[in-house]
Design a protein around this ligand. Structure first.
Ligand code: HEC
Length: 124
C-alpha cells in the first residue's frame, strides 16, 4: 500500500518531464516563419501618391531627358518607374549622379521616393 502512494507522484513527475521534453523538441524543429507586418515605416508618415508626388518629382527633374525615346529608363511611365525603382533611387541618392549635371535633389524628395518603394510601389 505504501509503495503505491509513493509511486503515483513519482509517475506523474516522470510523465511531466517526458511530455516537456517532447514539447521542447517539437518546438525546436519548427522552422521560424518570418513575421510579415504592415506596420507603417516611421520615416514615412504619409502614404506617397504616385499620381501626384512621384509624377511631379519625375516631371520636374527627370523626364526632360528620360521620356519620349530619350535616355532609358523612361521616367514618364508607371511600369518603367516601378521596374527601375531601385536604380532610380540609387541614381538620385547619396552617391547618385541624377539629375545629370544639375543640383542634387533635396534629401526629403529622395526620401519620398524611398517611401513610395517601401509602401509597395503603388500606382495610386
Ligand atoms: C540632363 C539630362 C538628364 C536628366 C535631367 C536626368 N538624367 Fe538620368 N541619365 C541621363 C543620361 C545621359 C544617362 C546615361 C548615363 C550617364 O550619362 O550618366 C542617365 C542615366 C540614368 C539612369 C541609369 C543608371 C545610372 O544612374 O546611370 C537612371 C536610373 C537615371 N538616369 C535616373 C534619373 C532620375 C531619377 C532623374 C531625375 C531625378 C534623372 N535621371 C535626370 C540624363 C539625365
Amino acid at each position: 500500500m505504501k509503495k503505491i502512494i509513493i509511486n503515483i507522484p513519482l509517475i506523474l513527475i516522470i510523465g511531466l518531464i517526458i511530455s516537456r521534453v517532447i514539447l521542447v523538441s517539437c518546438t525546436k524543429e519548427k522552422v521560424a516563419i518570418p513575421v510579415v507586418t504592415n506596420a507603417p515605416d516611421p520615416n514615412c508618415p504619409d502614404t506617397i501618391k504616385f499620381s501626384t508626388t512621384i509624377t511631379d518629382m519625375m516631371n520636374s527633374n527627370c523626364t526632360s531627358c528620360h521620356s519620349n525615346g530619350g535616355t532609358p529608363p523612361d521616367l514618364s511611365a508607371y511600369s518603367s518607374i516601378r521596374d527601375n525603382a531601385s536604380a532610380i533611387l540609387a541614381s538620385m541618392g547619396v552617391n547618385g549622379t541624377m539629375p545629370k549635371n544639375m543640383t542634387k535633389l533635396a534629401d526629403s524628395t529622395v526620401q519620398k521616393f524611398s517611401c513610395w518603394i517601401s509602401q509597395g510601389k503603388m500606382n495610386n
